[in-house]
Design a protein around this ligand. Structure first.
Ligand SMILES: Cc1cc2nc3c(=O)[nH]c(=O)nc-3n(C[C@H](O)[C@H](O)[C@H](O)COP(=O)(O)OP(=O)(O)OC[C@H]3O[C@@H](n4cnc5c(N)ncnc54)[C@H](O)[C@@H]3O)c2cc1C
Length: 592
């Protein structure tokens, strides 16, 4: 496996030049935060990522977590790396100052998250879930719970898990059956949760489980689900981990990838009931959990970006070295000179750059929402985040499959052999389209709640914003072809929106059949939008002699490649979107 280097120039260009980090901080009144600080933060994170996390990636793949008598033991080396992560304040980067956080803008959280996932996805899953739990607890927990748990969660002293899934309740959370009965000032929770990421380990002195369960009198379905906080160890009178709570890992899953991330079956209440505390209002747990899931969904998209970037770096390094061509004078040359290998590397690179652009753009949107004081602007940012979340989760993780697939292909036979590390990226990426809501569910969210739900209003605002960029591109001679390609893709998105609004509202299976292709169309379009803005900015900087010429010229080339090779996929997505559900649903179930 090659070393990992964070693509610092691209990240810095996006954050500082394209997304106007300084302007955003100024507008938000963040006096001490600026581009210089952002660069220092990224450099420090990149150092920890490449020097400490990255060497553990392969270690975790070879020796995953193990269940022993006293619980789950993580991969050797993970605890020390995690401690460095927490001690250096990375767990607290985005958390609010009230609980010891640094309250840094979220776009920096997006960029550092990319670093952790490129470096070691299996280990980095642990803090991702803690960040989401902190958000949910801060938004919905009582003051007492927040004071008791948030400081240690924010500092990274304690980690968290997210416990939704049960054997009969995966995508369909209406079937959640875990129960919580009142007992004095708390509840006693019982039942089983499966597939719980980092549900147990020895890295920290406590683990806080955020658990969906039902109260005795709860209505059926999703309207009867409540959210509970269940600590592994109950805090004693000094707030330190005391008595062991009744929650135990009873087995670990054997799985395709992310071997270093323990995937636990957790039994709650086998010995009388796990002490649990209600978070938020009774029967409104799903809403509270959504705070956590939205954060985590964008985080999973960034996982896809991180693994894609690492896979690209590995493939590019291999392609520069692997000799397979012979010149007429008998000298040999590397595979990077073959157009078909270039095709693969350029898809990997331009897709990854577009993914990064979109992920960071979504991060800035979260910041703008967070700092907005004007209710109208807040509403606009919230609606935009609503659209971005399923696209970032769905499109980025789908592209991560293609990028890591190509990463293997570039290696030829060596890609299929484990020792290059390329196969690990492919295996690790595979889960990302599945957890945190499968991509099928993300697509339904985008087409249903986010588009049909407001009669396409928020989507129309997004398309209008993209239209303005297409016009700006068309007015620059060297970028006019990109402008017209973006305009075509926009027309396709407009047609898809119109089709969905016309057919989706009266025929559920039409929306269900169209949703995945609709999400992919929107992903390619938004990726094209960010690449278009990047090209425009790069051209402006080149014209004014600002910035790194070689980087800016390369950005123009990757943007052009994206427009020529990836953006045209919107046409196929539109055709499939508008094909409807007839042929999809025509065979009887028995005919499969
Ligand atoms: C490694 C790993 C880690 C995980 N970590 C966690 C964790 O930390 N916490 C946690 O709570 N869970 C976790 N999960 C569970 C994960 O979130 C679920 O696997 C996922 O939500 C899908 O649920 P399911 O497996 O039951 O699949 P199902 O819901 O049975 O889905 C099977 C297929 O049917 C499709 N489908 C289902 N319902 C619909 C629908 N309404 N419309 C269209 N298509 C549909 C799905 O898209 C999928 O393709 C993890 C899973 C794995 C494998």
């Amino acid at each position: 496996m090659t070393d990992y280097r964070f693509p610092y120039k691209d990240a810095s260009f996006l954050i500082n030049d394209l997304l106007d980090f300084d302007g955003m901080c100024e507008e938000a009144g963040l006096e001490e935060v600026n581009g210089e600080l952002a660069s220092a933060i990224l450099e420090e994170a990149a150092r920890l990522g490449s020097e400490v996390f990255a060497p553990l990636n392969e270690v975790g793949d070879k020796k995953g977590a193990a269940l022993e008598e006293d619980g789950v033991h993580e991969t050797p080396g993970f605890a020390d790396a995690y401690r460095q992560y927490a001690d250096n304040g990375w767990a607290a980067l985005n958390a609010s100052e009230a609980y010891g956080g640094q309250a840094m803008p979220r776009v920096l959280g997006a960029a550092t998250t990319e670093i952790w996932y490129s470096a070691c996805a299996a280990l980095s899953l642990c803090p991702l879930l803690t960040t989401g739990a902190v958000e949910a607890l801060e938004a919905h927990g009582s003051e007492e719970l927040k004071d008791a748990y948030l400081p240690d969660m924010v500092s990274g002293n304690w980690t968290a898990s997210m416990c939704l899934t049960e054997p009969q309740a995966g995508s369909d959370l209406a079937a959640v059956a875990c129960k919580a009965v009142p007992e004095g000032d708390h509840y006693l929770l019982s039942g089983q949760k499966i597939y719980i990421t980092w549900g147990d380990h020895q890295m920290t002195e406590n683990i806080i489980h955020m658990v969906l369960a039902r109260l005795p009198d709860a209505p059926a379905g999703v309207k009867g689900i409540s959210l509970f906080l269940v600590p592994k160890f109950l805090p004693d009178e000094n707030g330190r981990p005391g008595k062991r709570n009744d929650v135990y890992c009873v087995s670990l899953e054997h799985k395709l990838g992310i071997h270093g991330s323990p995937t636990c079956t957790l039994n709650f209440g086998d010995n009388g009931g796990a002490v649990a505390y209600l978070v938020g209002k009774p029967n409104q747990g799903l809403m509270a959990m959504f705070t956590m899931m939205n954060e985590a969904r964008q985080g999973v998209g960034i996982q896809g970006l991180g693994v894609a970037e690492r896979s690209y770096q590995q493939a590019a390094a291999f392609a520069r070295e692997r000799l397979q061509g012979t010149r007429s004078d008998g000298s040999r040359y590397p595979i990077i000179e073959f157009p078909d290998v270039r095709r693969m590397l350029m898809i990997m690179r331009s897709a990854t750059e577009a993914m990064r652009g979109l992920a960071y753009m979504a991060g800035v949107e979260s910041d703008r929402a967070h700092y907005a004081t004007d209710p109208e602007r807040l509403q606009k940012h919230v609606a935009r985040i609503g659209l971005y979340t399923p696209i970032v989760k769905g499109w980025l993780t789908e592209l991560a499959q293609e990028v890591t697939y190509l990463g293997i292909q570039v290696h030829g036979g060596m890609g299929y052999i484990e020792e290059t590390g390329s196969a690990q990226f492919y295996r690790d990426a595979r889960i990302m389209t599945i957890y945190e809501g499968t991509n099928g569910i993300q697509a339904l969210d985008l087409a249903g709640r986010k588009t049909l739900g407001d009669n396409g209003a928020a989507l129309q605002v997004l398309l209008d914003d993209i239209r303005a960029s297409a016009k700006a591109l068309s007015s620059v001679d060297s970028l006019a072809a990109m402008g017209s390609a973006l305009g075509n893709a926009l027309d396709e998105a407009r047609d898809a929106r119109a089709w969905l609004l016309e057919h989706g509202s009266r025929d559920r299976s039409a929306a269900g059949a169209a949703s995945f292709n609709f999400m992919m169309l929107m992903g390619y379009l938004c990726g094209g939008w960010v690449m278009a803005q990047a090209a425009l900015k790069a051209q402006q900087m080149l014209d004014t002699g600002a910035g790194d010429v070689s980087f800016l010229k390369a950005k123009l080339i990757t943007a052009r490649f994206y427009f020529e090779h990836l953006l045209p996929r919107t046409g196929a997505c539109l055709a499939a979107t508008m094909a409807g559900s007839e042929s999809m649903m025509a065979l009887d179930a028995e005919q499969f």
